[in-house]
Design a protein around this ligand. Structure first.
Ligand SMILES: Cc1cc2nc3c(=O)[nH]c(=O)nc-3n(C[C@H](O)[C@H](O)[C@H](O)COP(=O)(O)OP(=O)(O)OC[C@H]3O[C@@H](n4cnc5c(N)ncnc54)[C@H](O)[C@@H]3O)c2cc1C
Length: 421
């Protein structure tokens, strides 16, 4: 077939139209666009592509070519994993599952036109949209800190170079220096995460810098698995860790990155490393698209994960208000499977079963001393509601704690395969 200038231009225009129009006006297969290739988005993309067997076109928008899991990034800080072991790519999603992975950033969503605009300028129509952008930080949450200060005072709450930076800073601490963590207020990504991180930093310092101290400045009255962590810290790291809660000014904190000072209730302390984990909200694009409410997070329908503001949009993971479910990779992965099933039902008539959700969060306190907390959830009247739960107990024997840690290794291998194929 010869291709003349007229037919070439015609083809180009037709392709351009297909890229931006929803199925109803010109596409053979319904298209699902997924924003965010993390624990929630990549799982949803994979399950829709896998289970629809080609009946649905799946497009995944994710700026990063490599995804570093926040989960197990604390174990990297503690020297239990290398950095490569928390890195994952999108090759299998593209090659085995036929997902069109576009490495770009979504900058706008026109929900009326059902179209997503990318930073590159392209517009992409959708029949259903899945929004899973994770978290962003609330501006001004910790006075004195903003993104320009993140090299002096890393957050390391999105994994990658920030995590490597924090590890390097811990390794370079002077003998007897102070590691300070400014912990976030609720709700935030991974409720036990800051306290597992403190455990891992303590583990490293116990070996390399045993006179160093750890200071936690915390705006919360209490925190996840508190009794288990405090018991573990007393057993493994006696005298090393001090936590200042809101009763002693932990909720009134300011930082001065230039002088490495943390001001707690008006008293300035000079520290050597300062890990600032600010208050959080849904990833920026969720707010731009009008999917978040005044809390900064996105309300969803508990049976489907559909946005309460738009039935064609599903929101997953840390960006959501998910009732009793914590913001975790396990939760995001669980929610993604519900949304994937619902999207297939809506677009292909596939059967949708009642939603069920689950979560477990493991934390390592010291070598072979793992603890966990978890629950299953069902659809409540207007929220995802916890039905039963479990938590490790103080005084468990060493073999059980070791088995709990080993269980977490199996979980990591399993969930990353479930997310990335
Ligand atoms: C230190 C730490 C330890 C943790 N440990 C655990 C654990 O042990 N177990 C556990 O279950 N969870 C753990 N978590 C929590 C877990 O990492 C998150 O809950 C999980 O990653 C949330 O998944 P998500 O899909 O909502 O967001 P993410 O996994 O953050 O994915 C969001 C993705 O969206 C992309 N994105 C953002 N904006 C846009 C846009 N505009 N356009 C396109 N893409 C966009 C981002 O690049 C990112 O890849 C931990 C977290 C931390 C910080």
């Amino acid at each position: 077939m010869s291709l003349n200038r007229r037919s070439f231009l015609g083809t180009g225009l037709a392709l351009g139209a297909a890229l931006s129009a929803p199925c109803a006006i010109g596409q053979a297969r319904p298209r699902v666009v997924v924003l965010g290739g993390g624990a929630g988005g990549a799982t949803a993309a994979r399950y829709i592509a896998k289970d629809s067997d080609g009946a649905i076109e799946v497009v995944l928008i994710e700026p990063g070519k490599t995804y570093y899991t926040c989960f197990f990034s604390n174990l990297y800080l503690g020297g239990f994993r290398d950095f490569a072991s928390i890195a994952h790519d999108y090759g299998t999603l593209a090659s085995r599952y036929g997902i069109n992975v576009i490495h770009d950033l979504a900058v706008d969503i026109d929900r009326a036109a059902r179209s997503v605009t990318l930073a590159s300028g392209h517009a992409l129509g959708y029949d259903r949209l899945i929004v899973a952008p994770g978290i962003d930080f609330v501006d001004g949450a910790v006075p004195g800190w903003d993104m320009t200060a993140q090299n002096r005072m890393p957050h390391a709450w999105k994994a990658g170079s920030q995590t490597q930076l924090l590890k390097a800073q811990i390794g370079a601490m002077r003998a007897g220096g102070v590691f300070c963590m400014v912990a976030p207020p609720d709700p935030f990504r991974c409720p036990p995460g800051p306290y597992e991180r403190v455990s891992m930093v303590a583990h490293v310092l116990k070996e390399s810098n045993p006179t160093a101290k750890i200071l936690i400045v915390d705006p919360k009255e209490n925190f996840s698995k508190q009794a288990l962590f405090e018991d573990g810290w007393a057993r493994h790291y006696p005298g090393m860790i001090q936590r200042i809660g809101p009763d002693f000014g932990g909720a009134n904190v300011e930082v001065r990155p230039d002088s490495m000072e943390v001001v707690i209730d008006g008293m300035a302390e000079t520290v050597d490393v300062c890990n600032v984990i600010p208050a959080q909200k849904a990833g920026h694009i969720a707010g731009v698209a009008g999917l978040a409410d005044d809390s900064g997070f996105c309300p969803i329908l508990p049976g489907t994960m559909q946005s309460r503001f738009d039935e064609n949009v599903y929101v997953l993971g840390d960006a959501t208000i998910a009732g009793d479910m914590p913001k975790s990779a396990f939760s995001a992965n669980s929610q993604a499977k519900v949304a994937a099933m619902q999207v297939r039902a809506a677009l292909t008539g596939a059967r949708a079963f009642p939603a069920k959700y689950s979560n477990t969060c493991w934390s390592l306190i010291d070598s072979g001393d793992g603890v966990k907390v978890g629950a299953s959830y069902q659809v409540g009247e207007d929220r995802i509601a916890k039905v039963d739960g479990f938590v490790s107990q103080i005084g468990e024997d060493a073999a059980l704690r070791k088995a709990t840690y080993e269980e977490s290794l199996g979980w990591y291998a399993g969930i990353t395969a479930d997310i990335f194929g």
